[in-house]
Design a protein around this ligand. Structure first.
Ligand code: GAP
Length: 420
């Protein structure tokens, strides 16, 4: 059963220490959230599951952790300076500002007026000053996606690992977007984490690999406990595609506020490597790229047998960590009516995602069970007087609430079986 409303999830997250509004004691800061003691574990478990499936379980993917502050030249070449914009409108009645494409019925969400200015492009990148002098000449961008730092490291990774096509570079890290209307809790935020794989393939094999990664990612989400009925695929129409994409399939999830993008799987062609490479005219590049006069690296790969140079195509599965956390919370949250007429709130998280795998409790057992159900702890272990006599313990299962008595020597094997 899905969460009844976003408000219930927000309340649970605060009550149990998953997610807090940032700087709440000073009135907060819009579109920014902090992860509390349990939230940080849930988020980290989701990222680990992604890293395990992308990097540890594949021979053809390497990991990377690149800087957040980015040389403006990178984001000029990538097209972000010019095209990473949202359409901004002002409400002439109450002077509030909105993203035109997020408005319902073209009306101001604040006062309902339809007297809005014409949309004008607003760049979503954050800038910051580098060094002590703030004269606007020495600045860096906070990266709007992890991907560009992966492309600029392409040669470093190829040279240091001797990879040949197809292969990928995976990265998890912060990305920043000055969203005009951040909203829906952690769904649309200004500071987020992304889990992005840039998978480099031979031109001509790109469409096949695109399909492969869509299936792979759907499968992974289902292993995180996301039910298939709440997932959908959206083949992004040509006019909505990002400037770098030949084709994008969005993996959509039925969030509490509606069916929205959880992850995008894009065919970025040879646009990015082609834009960042030196010697563009000496290479065969299919995409319409930005002319490059400043890069010092050839971002192409040489076939070991034919010795031909190829600018690879890129297939990119790009997921947001926050949206993943919101989806698994929504999916696992349930208020159940019990036989005795009482209610319990339970988060039936997959055990590998649970912040606490097993809780050892004594004392107020009923209350402890309720607390651990609410934070998704799969098992509670109780020690009592009988434990002192025969070294047995009670293990109580979160999902079916059944209890078993096992010998303490069997506990480790029992836990491993459940948690794996
Ligand atoms: N490198 C490709 C890229 O960044 P994107 O569709 O703009 O593509 C990828 O972003 C994913 O990042 C999205 O599917 C979403 O999960 C997440 N994301 C994007 N903007 C976000 C925001 N403002 N808040 C939370 N998550 C966001």
């Amino acid at each position: 059963m899905p969460a009844k409303s976003m408000e219930e999830l927000v309340a649970l997250c605060k009550r149990r220490g998953f997610i807090f509004q940032t700087n709440e004691i000073y009135g907060g800061l819009q579109g920014l959230y902090d992860y509390g003691p349990l939230g940080v574990e849930l988020k980290s478990n989701l990222k680990q599951a992604w890293w395990r499936s992308m990097v540890y379980e594949r021979d053809d993917v390497e990991g990377l952790d690149a800087a957040i502050l980015t040389n403006p030249e990178v984001l000029k070449q990538s097209g972000h300076e010019e095209t990473f914009t949202g359409p901004l409108v002002d409400c002439r009645s109450c002077n509030s500002r909105w993203r035109a494409d997020h408005l319902e019925k073209s009306a101001c969400p604040s006062c309902g007026s339809k007297d809005l200015t014409e949309p004008r492009p607003f760049n979503l990148m954050f800038k910051t000053n580098l060094g002590p002098i703030d004269d606007g000449t020495s600045f860096a961008y906070l990266r709007p996606e992890t991907a560009q730092q992966t492309f600029t490291n392409f040669k470093n990774v190829v040279d240091s690992t001797s990879k040949s096509l197809p292969f990928g570079i995976a990265q998890i890290g912060k990305a920043f977007r000055n969203e005009v209307t951040p909203r829906n809790f952690i769904f649309r935020v200004r500071e987020m984490e992304q889990m992005e794989l840039e998978f480099f393939v031979k031109p001509g094999t790109d469409e096949e690999w695109h399909q492969f990664w869509v299936k792979n990612r759907l499968n992974w989400w289902s292993k995180q406990g996301i039910s298939e009925e709440k997932l959908d695929l959206y083949d992004v129409p040509k006019k909505e595609l990002a400037h770098y994409s030949k084709s994008t399939i969005d993996i959509m999830y039925k969030f509490p506020h509606g069916l929205e993008e959880l992850e995008g799987v894009a065919n970025r062609t040879d646009f990015d490597l082609g834009s960042h490479t030196k010697n563009q005219s000496g290479l065969s590049i299919n995409a319409k790229v930005v002319k490059n006069t400043s890069s010092n690296a050839k971002l192409a790969i040489q076939d070991r047998e034919t010795k031909e140079w190829t600018v690879p195509y890129v297939i990119e599965p790009a997921a947001g960590v926050e949206r993943g956390v919101l989806a698994v919370l929504n999916e696992s949250y349930e208020v159940q009516e019990l036989e005795d007429g009482k209610e319990r709130t339970v988060l039936s998280l997959k055990p590998h995602l649970s912040p606490i795998k097993a809780a050892v409790i004594s004392g107020n057992i009923g209350k402890s069970y309720r607390r651990h159900d609410e934070v998704g702890t799969p098992l509670c272990i109780t020690l009592d007087f009988q434990t002192l006599e025969d070294q047995t313990l009670t293990i109580r299962n979160r999902d079916n609430m059944e209890q078993e008595r096992i010998h303490q020597n069997e506990t480790a094997a029992y836990l491993q079986e459940i948690i794996k």
